[in-house]
Write a protein that binds this ligand. Structure first.
Ligand SMILES: [Cu+2]
Length: 138
């Protein structure tokens, strides 16, 4: 006779390890160059929900301003333009990388051991990422 597994147990097993709605991977933040107060951040954002996630603002305690940028080539010249939002597609991912979409961190305050990034969708904080600089990780 086969064991009968109650439906409620299956349901709970399926919900046992809930995935966060938005996940960051491969985070890299450049250190501000000496005498400059600007950095760039690159990462992959994965959306575990069945709806698009629209990032409308990114902030960081270590920087006065964070802009969402896209690098495009116009007439053979690389230019950056500011984006109003970053859209992470439902069940998919968005890659922020050199030569593509990226974050520009401006007016560094005190960048010590690392950088924290807060991703907002409207008034909602949807993800916070802590990035310790590699040399600080021991
Ligand atoms: Cu930029």
């Amino acid at each position: 006779m086969r064991p009968v597994v109650p439906a409620a147990v299956l349901f709970m097993a399926a919900c046992g390890s809930p995935q966060p709605p938005l996940v960051a991977a491969g985070v890299e933040v450049t250190r501000p160059m000496p005498g400059r107060h600007m950095s760039a951040a690159y990462l992959v954002l994965a959306n575990n929900t069945d709806g698009d996630t629209r990032i409308t603002r990114v902030s960081s305690p270590q920087f006065a301003s964070v802009q969402m940028h896209e690098t495009t080539i116009e007439d053979g010249v690389a230019r950056m333009r500011e984006l109003e939002a970053l859209v992470v597609p439902a069940g998919g991912s968005l890659t922020l990388e050199r030569g593509g979409k990226h974050l520009m961190l401006m007016q560094a305050d005190d960048v010590g051991k690392g950088v924290t990034l807060h991703f907002h969708s409207g008034d909602t904080l949807v993800l916070s990422v802590d990035y310790p600089f590699p040399e600080e990780r021991g």
